[in-house]
Design a protein around this ligand. Structure first.
Ligand code: HOZ
Length: 414
């Protein structure tokens, strides 16, 4: 396997060590094959909002697995998950299930181009929307981690239709639309960016995107694969009260199994085959196990009206703890939180875009990361990723993490 892994950042090569090989996980903890136990803030890169191996999810999966694992035919489970998602996301009038966030964003873009009969798309530097060719231009996550903003293998022909501009830069958005607004099919954005580290939208940025796309007849696509169901139950569109034309979901929607979805305005979504001519298909789409894990996970979120408040409060306690420990040693950090997503940069100035994130101190991050891992705290091995809290994290977990951070920040002091 390249790098010994099936997805690049898992290799830990960015932090100069070998990754633990995982044997199992339960609740907020993950265990490796060498007998080490960690408090896990990666949560499989986001999906595990109710913790690992939640008994309710596991039980439902066992029952469904015994009835067969894939039919390639419609099931009631698909309808049940679709209804749950559409209740949480009222902007989604029609939905299509797929298997990964990459498929969701790739398909949403094809649909936007088919619907508008235009070819250009606008994305933001440092936002990561999966690894389809046209979106691997100035992308975040693993590309930012390894310093390869645009992947070899993406043809110039494909890249020329992708316009990448700085995140949170309203003037750049206006300039691009003034220059070629009539050619733009869609603007795709992580409304809360999680793949250049956690970067929040500045006031007015998302509203500008909404207004300008309406003005020029382009579509607005919210990639809520990471922030969906997390920054608020109804995602960034609920938090900021902005209604996109299309939404891409992933991670939590599959409760830890491969599942994602895209959906939105009915007149647009009905262009998808077989209702319309824009083609997109998948052998395992709507897989019964993935639907089941999604149904159970979303049901847990919905049934406790206080779920999001509780997990957000827990995250705030941790973030405040980290900030106070960094301050003890005069280590400058810029901490951010959106619901149960959190992260910080080793930087003394606010981080609003990819350039700000890239200017943060990577060596200090490496020192911090290594010290935390040694103390049993499992974090994403890159400053260009986000950390995730689960409902399974206990007060004890958080206290232990804050104590570990004190030791780690001490090593980062100048
Ligand atoms: N791009 C994912 C994180 N933003 C990586 C997922 C993985 O390596 O599993």
């Amino acid at each position: 396997m390249p790098g010994g892994v099936n997805s690049p950042v898992r290799s830990f090569s960015n932090v100069d060590c070998n990754p633990p090989f995982i044997s199992h996980a339960a609740g907020s903890h993950i265990f490796d094959i060498d007998g080490n136990e960690y408090i896990d803030y990666v949560g499989s890169w986001g999906p595990m909002i109710v913790g690992h191996a939640h008994p309710r999810v596991v039980k439902a999966l066992q029952e469904v697995a015994a009835k067969g694992t894939s039919y390639g035919a419609p099931t009631g489970l698909e309808s049940k998950l679709a209804k749950l998602v559409m209740k949480i996301y009222p902007s989604i009038e029609v939905i299509r299930m797929v298997n990964s966030g990459t498929e969701a964003t790739m398909s949403a873009l094809r649909l936007a181009r088919g619907f508008t009969k235009r070819e250009k798309i606008v994305k933001f530097v440092g936002c990561y929307h999966g690894h389809s060719d046209g979106l691997l231009v100035s992308a975040g996550s693993g590309l930012a981690t390894f310093g390869v903003p645009s992947s070899p293998g993406v043809t110039q022909g494909t890249a020329k239709d992708t316009i990448a501009i700085p995140y949170n830069d309203t003037a750049a958005v206006e300039k691009v639309f003034a220059e070629c607004g009539e050619e733009i099919a869609a603007v795709i954005v992580e409304p809360i960016a999680g793949n250049m580290g956690l970067v929040l939208p500045v006031e007015g940025f998302l509203q500008t995107l909404r207004d300008i796309t309406i003005k020029y007849g382009a579509l607005l696509i919210f990639d809520e694969v990471m922030c969906g169901f997390r920054c608020a139950l109804g995602g960034a569109q609920e938090l900021y009260n902005i209604k996109p034309d299309l939404t891409c979901l992933g991670k939590i929607i599959g409760g830890g199994l491969p599942c994602a979805a895209y959906g939105g305005r009915e007149d647009i979504m009905r262009q998808i085959s077989p209702d319309g001519k824009v083609y997109q298909a998948g052998t395992l789409s709507g897989n019964p196990l993935a639907m089941t894990a999604g149904i159970e996970t979303l049901s847990i979120l919905i049934e406790d009206a206080d779920f999001t408040n509780k997990i957000t409060a827990k995250t705030s306690r941790l973030v405040e703890g980290l900030k106070s420990k960094a301050a003890m040693f005069n280590v400058n950090i810029q901490a951010q939180q959106a619901g149960s997503m959190f992260g910080f940069f080793f930087s003394d100035k606010p981080v609003n875009n990819y350039d700000d994130a890239a200017a943060a101190d990577q060596m200090k991050f490496k020192t911090y990361f290594t010290a935390m891992l040694e103390q049993g705290i499992y974090l994403a091995p890159s400053q260009f990723e986000t950390s995730f809290m689960s409902s399974a994290h206990s007060d004890k977990d958080i206290d232990k993490t804050i104590t570990a951070a004190e030791n780690a920040f001490k090593l980062c002091a100048d």
